[in-house]
Design a protein around this ligand. Structure first.
Ligand code: PGA
Ligand code: ZN
Length: 420
């Protein structure tokens, strides 16, 4: 049974405080988990509890830590760690709101992850095997964010993420190697152009470029320079994070000095998809623009993966509404948007049952915790988004996947079959 529950305040990759929760079982097993944090958060995400006082510019998490140490500890002590749903339900009930408005999703998720980890450890099996069972065997195709823009960098690029996906490879490690080679070639290309090669929050470069199309052009160049075939071996994926572009007059594209309507933005995507091997677009329109999303899905949904992040916020009821209305065809999975391991699994099940693809995802503020690597394999997500091949908090996930790849018998890497 769960014998001890505690938390402390630690640092995330942006230098902001976050919650590290620890759970000890009656057999002595002791495991911890660190919660991530977003910058371009969706409006309907579960609450991230911040102190709002003088410490850390208001970003302290001592209240969330205290909630773990007192109320949450009292509520789940004595419960079995092997009934994740029951532990998560106990915390949900204790909180009493829809969005963890009292305890904070950062408090609850930390404990939820630590309980899962302790349960797995106690049984002597890896986390992915514990959460996914014998059927957990799909190594995810990574989406690597190699050019950062939007609110993840201080450059001129409006779209938040320009990613590559190694689809034409037989296994995860080969795909990762090729991606890293593209990343290094991209650095050389940017250097030769006199562009900045400093990194953004997710480990991609953050150069100033003069349009939102130019990053795609330099990535195409980097793919060729690395010796790979764009489209066949390395495809392109975008996260526009369009909720961040909304102004009164429409979607603002600063780098192109124009403001566009939803329909114009959709046409922009159609044009980009006709010119480049773009297989996935995330948050192409804002979280409130469901009409725009409908149009986007009608125009591109049969050939491009359209991922709802801010749109669905890993929330099963919002996803159900999207499925009903025929909005998007994939969902980004961020455990801290919904607040617990069990609720994340529920959303993934709903998506998979309805033919929506699932992309397991980090946040822009991360830590060395690689929980999502195991989680992606456990749920057979098939895709994971966790930054470029640089910055320790990003490589922690890829390195864990490399390790899992060597353990999983009959492991499968979907590659190009994902998009056929
Ligand atoms: P966030 O960004 O973690 O800052 O929300 C990631 C994303 O938009 O996918
Ligand atoms: Zn996103």
């Amino acid at each position: 049974f769960i014998d001890e529950v505690s938390a402390i305040e630690v640092m995330d990759s942006r230098g902001n405080p976050t919650v590290k929760a620890t759970v000890q079982l009656s057999d002595g097993t002791r495991e911890s988990a660190v919660v991530p944090s977003g910058a371009s958060t969706g409006k309907r995400e579960a609450l991230e509890l911040r102190d709002g006082d003088a410490r850390y510019m208001g970003k302290g998490v001592l209240k969330a830590v205290e909630n773990v140490n007192s109320q949450i500890a009292d509520a789940i002590m004595g419960l079995s760690p092997f009934n994740q749903a029951m532990v998560d339900a106990a915390m949900k009930e204790l909180d009493g709101t829809e969005n963890y408005g009292n305890l904070g999703a950062n408090a609850v998720l930390g404990v939820s992850m630590a309980v899962a980890r302790a349960a797995a450890k106690s049984l002597g099996i890896p986390l992915y095997r514990y959460l996914g069972g014998a059927n957990a065997m799909v190594l995810p195709v990574p989406m690597l964010n190699i050019i950062n823009g939007g609110s993840h960098a201080d450059n001129s690029v409006d779209f938040q993420e320009y990613m590559i996906m190694p689809i034409g490879f037989d296994d995860f490690s080969e795909g990762l190697r090729a991606s890293s080679e593209v990343y290094h070639n991209l650095k050389t290309i940017l250097k030769n152009r006199g562009a900045n090669t400093a990194l953004g929050d997710e480990g991609g470069f953050a150069p100033d470029l003069s349009s939102n199309e130019e990053p795609i052009q330099v990535i195409m160049e980097a793919i060729a320079k690395a010796g790979y075939k764009a489209g066949e071996q390395i495809a392109i994926a975008l996260d526009v994070a369009a909720s961040e572009l909304v102004t009164e007059g429409g979607y603002r594209l600063d780098s192109e000095n124009r403001t566009v309507t939803s329909a114009q933005l959709v046409d922009y995507y159609v044009d980009l998809c006709s010119k480049y091997p773009i297989v996935s677009i995330e948050d192409g329109l804002s979280e409130d623009d469901w009409d725009g999303w409908k149009l986007l899905t009608e125009k591109l949904g049969n050939k491009v993966q359209l991922v709802g992040d801010d749109l669905f916020v890993t929330n099963a009821s919002i996803l159900a509404e999207g499925i009903e209305k025929g909005i998007a065809n994939a969902i980004l999975i961020k455990p801290n948007q919904i607040g617990s391991v069990s609720e994340t699994m529920l959303t993934v099940r709903l998506a998979q049952r309805n033919g929506y693809k699932c992309v397991m995802s980090h946040r822009s503020g991360e830590s060395e915790d690689a929980f999502i690597a195991d989680f992606a394999v456990a749920l057979n997500c098939g895709e994971i988004k966790t930054g470029s091949t640089a910055r320790g908090e990003r490589t922690a996930k890829y390195n864990r996947l490399l390790e899992i790849e060597t353990e999983v018998m009959y492991g499968e890497y979907l590659g190009s079959s994902l998009f056929n």
